[in-house]
Design a binder for this molecule. Sequence first.
Ligand SMILES: NCc1[nH]cc(CCC(=O)O)c1CC(=O)O
Length: 332
Amino acid sequence: MSALVIGTRGSALALWQANAVASALREAHEGLRVEVRTVTTTGDRVLDRPLADIGDKGLFTKELEDLLLDGAVDLCVHSMKDLPSQLPAGCALVGMLPRADVRDALVCGPRMQGARSLADVPAGARIGTGSARRAAQLLAVNSQAVPTPMRGNVDTRLRKAAGPDYEGAILAAAGLTRLGLQNRIAALIPVDQMIPAPGQGAVGVEARAGDERVQSLVDAVRDRRTEACVNAERRILAALDGGCQAPLGAFIRFEDADDGAAADAERFLALDAAVLSADGAQCVRARLRRACGGDADAGALALDLAQEAIELLLKGGARQLLRPCADQGGAR
Ligand SMILES: NCc1[nH]cc(CCC(=O)O)c1CC(=O)O
């Protein structure tokens, strides 16, 4: 049997994720040879402009998908957060690894030591982020903070956050933790202050649609609960955002009954979603919770919950908040 070739971007975070998938596959399938091949994408090459200005979907994924369709690689590994809600024809999402911490994290430079929450960020402090979602939610909590565009890999952003042009930054906890940089986290931001991006913390595997060999190999390592939640979050993204860098957060998770009862206690699916104006002053929210029976129904129930949230957000005026950035692409 020929080796399975995984395509990935070359950043430290992307490589960590591709290697996580490679290890899981090797462990699940004794004797399977798995290779990791690195590819530079447009998003990696164009470092001097905000992603929103490049204005293209799939900046970090298109070159990988071309190799997949050519047969040069057999699967691609992505941060689910970076994967557009619509995949190209011939490509399919075939699985996700168990999700990591979904929260965003505050990182403090030397002039902001001691800040342990968004409320602690001093007036005028420049907080690096390329994400309209993070900027708007930061301002909603602390209107005196100054969200400031920031790009680059995790290492670059940490360095910039400690330099002269920023007082701090907001990054995904999952990315920092994967790279062993969790000691740089000054505060994990609670989800009720900063709703994560659809797919944040999840690693996804994309393959050629109908490639049964790859699908059956990936079936052994995929986490269907993560998939149920993330697919439904992506439904919200697809319905509301059309690929632009709108300030939109969506997070769905399983929750146990609060009373800590026995193992057969009721489980719930819970949803938080929000659309904000860029300045954080206006916000439409949806919070939903539904009893969830077996895992078999979870995917459908999560999609129902997402549909309900979409309707609530639209009724609350989400469309008006989203319109100003209708034709952009960018980071979440
Ligand atoms: N846009 C870059 C990106 N894509 C995924 C993650 C973090 C890891 C994850 O969410 O799984 C990051 C870095 C960040 O947002 O700080």
